[in-house]
Design a protein around this ligand. Structure first.
Ligand code: FAD
Length: 564
């Protein structure tokens, strides 16, 4: 599994030594000695996972200072935001993946990659136990273990069925590239089956009833992709059954896209209504069989069964077994994700770091911090602040905790700017600190966790790599460079998430976007913004070129419905 950059250098030295009649050999030998000593000194870093967090760490890490080993069951990185586009053939699966070896070969050093699952983390002996993915080859399926000085846990999360009977057996998930490929075949199968002779109209309708459980971004994007596929391609390829197709989106809450601004969820709901996508809110799924999905209508308590041809289950994420086991060992049992401090270190294990969906950064002191910010602003201890002072306070809170605003939005509550505008109407031009704190109090318990998104994962990976790159420098100056000093306890500034907004493609070449500064836009121009942002975010020029050519191909020739 070694990805080596030293071979060209070695051959150059060999050539030079031959040309110089041997004098360079001594130099080469002593150099090897030095290298060997340096190798021995190098700390071992083991990275688990090659998703958003793991790859962003590896891309930014100065690997000349570490002996890096990577364990992942996938030898590639997948651009997950485009997975819904793979389900209907808008984009091909291979266009959104890049080989990890390709990504890391550009680094000036060596990275070892093992295609395996880590099934146990042993923090006491500083080891991880792994199992290769090649289960049917006895020679290549033997368990192995790796020792580490530092461990980076970036294994992501897995689908969450909430223990609902029949979900694992009868639903599709959309988490991995293979899932998207399976869905693509599943969708085409539904149409081919519905066309067969001998079926009643009711049977055909059932085969062409696509049900999506979960009105978050993944469910909504899949519904939009499917609707586009049907409108743009199916009507031409399967004209005889086009009238029988139905898409139903089931959401347990009152609105779809409820982690977005209220204006975006209502735009999406109205668009889906016009498109004929049946959005059913306030419903809880009780069970799923191969033919029906049974749901309970929350308001009336009524239980109904809906026949289906294909179901996508996308209701949020759960914990991977290796993380549950590790959490038990470090007294964190019962949690959804590994609790870390603000420097992304797993609590209780100084040399283990967790990033991305498998981690939950705890900001225990948010409440105290906010109270202290108010206290510091209230210099005359009057319990009231002028508008100007309040503005500074709010700016300070938002810089430190962008989650405050995100959380308020996700709950469709007024955001902090609204609160400020409200206070400005106050004739005394003064704001009661206690009242303002009360307005923020509901936020407190919820805002401690960051959303499970690629944006958070990538920023955490990059932050950690920067810390690792400065580790040596900080050892020489234990207090850290002046600008990083934080009372002598930590050498690095704590991790701070910056929210750059989020997109929701809604089909029909329309998208909605929520951008920093309370800026919301929706429509065709936003779709073009989406195209340019997603093209620019690709991990390599190869995938960028492939994705753009897939989009172009779809415009010219439509989607391919071959079942391969
Ligand atoms: P992942 O990216 O899931 O990577 C986990 C890695 O760990 C993988 O390489 C996996 O193979 C590996 N692994 C798993 N188990 C083990 C093990 N036992 N040992 C070793 N390695 C292991 N976020 C956004 O910000 N914007 C979007 O538009 C967006 N769209 C999305 C669309 C879909 C369909 C999905 C599923 C997610 C989307 N997300 C989006 C969320 C985003 O993909 C995740 O938040 C992100 O992938 C988390 O990164 P991660 O590195 O923690 O985990």
């Amino acid at each position: 599994g070694r990805v080596s950059r030293s071979a060209p250098l070695a051959s150059k030295l060999l050539l030079l030594s031959t040309l110089s009649g041997g004098s360079i050999v001594a130099y080469s030998d002593s150099n090897t000695e030095v290298n060997k000593k340096e190798e021995q000194k190098k700390k071992k870093v083991v990275v688990l996972g090659t998703g958003w967090a793991g790859i962003s760490f590896l891309k930014d890490l100065d690997i000349t200072s570490y002996d890096v080993q990577v364990v992942s069951p996938q030898n590639y990185f997948a651009f997950t935001p485009l997975l819904p586009s793979v389900t209907c053939g808008t984009v091909e699966a291979r266009s959104i993946v890049e080989s990890v070896r390709n990504i890391t070969k550009k680094k000036n050093g060596e990275i070892e990659l093992w295609e395996a699952d880590c099934f146990k983390i042993d923090p006491v002996n500083q080891k991880v136990h792994c199992r290769p993915v090649f289960k049917d080859d006895p020679e290549a399926s033997q368990d192995f273990s790796l020792g580490y000085d530092y461990l980076i846990v970036a294994v992501g999360a897995q689908v969450n069925t909430f223990g609902t009977p029949g979900v694992r057996e009868n639903c599709h998930f959309l988490k991995e590239v293979e899932d998207a490929q399976r869905i693509r075949r599943g969708v085409i199968d539904c149409f081919e089956k519905a066309l067969l002779p001998g079926l009643t109209e009711e049977q055909r309708r059932r085969k062409l009833h696509f049900v999506i459980v979960g009105g978050g971004p993944t469910g909504v994007e899949f519904a939009a992709e499917l609707h586009d596929f049907i409108r743009e391609d199916v009507t031409k390829i399967y004209p005889s059954v086009k009238e029988l197709v139905k898409i139903t989106l089931i959401q347990s809450g009152d609105h779809i896209l409820n982690s977005f601004d209220e204006r975006i969820s209502s735009f999406a709901e109205q668009k889906f209504l016009r498109d004929g996508i049946d959005v059913q809110t306030g419903m809880r799924v009780l069970s799923v069989s191969d033919k029906d999905i049974t749901v309970k209508i929350k308001s009336s308590g009524e239980v109904v069964s809906l026949p289906h041809g294909l179901i996508l289950w996308s209701t949020g994420v759960g914990t991977r077994p290796v993380i549950s086991d590790f959490m038990e060992q470090v007294d964190q049992g019962g949690r959804r994700a590994l609790a870390t401090n603000e420097w992304l270190q797993v609590k209780g294990c100084e040399n283990v770091y967790a990033v991305g969906d498998c981690a939950s950064i705890a900001q225990r002191k948010i409440k105290e911090d906010i109270a202290n910010i108010f206290k510091a602003a209230d210099v005359d201890n009057s319990g009231t602040l002028t508008m100007e002072e309040l503005r500074d306070v709010v700016d300070d809170i938002l810089v430190r905790y962008p989650q405050v605003e995100l959380y308020l939005k996700s709950k469709h509550m007024r955001n902090v700017n609204d609160l400020l505008a409200d206070s400005e109407g106050n004739e005394r031009k003064e704001v009661d600190i206690e009242a303002f704190k009360l307005a923020l109090s509901e936020v407190d318990s919820q805002m401690k966790t960051l959303p499970a998104t690629a944006q958070v994962a990538a920023q955490q990976g990059a932050y950690l790599a920067k810390c690792f790159n400065r580790m040596e420098q900080c050892k020489e100056q234990p207090e850290g460079p002046k600008r990083f000093r934080t009372g002598g306890h930590h050498q690095f500034r704590p991790f701070q998430y910056k929210h750059f907004g989020q997109f929701a493609p809604l089909g029909g070449d329309q998208a909605a976007a929520e951008l920093p500064g309370d800026w919301v836009s929706a429509g065709k121009s936003t779709q073009w913004l989406w195209y340019s942002v997603y093209a620019s975010k690709q991990v390599s020029w190869r995938t960028r070129a492939l994705v753009v050519s897939d989009w172009t191909r779809r415009y010219i020739f439509g989607r391919d419905s071959s079942r391969i």
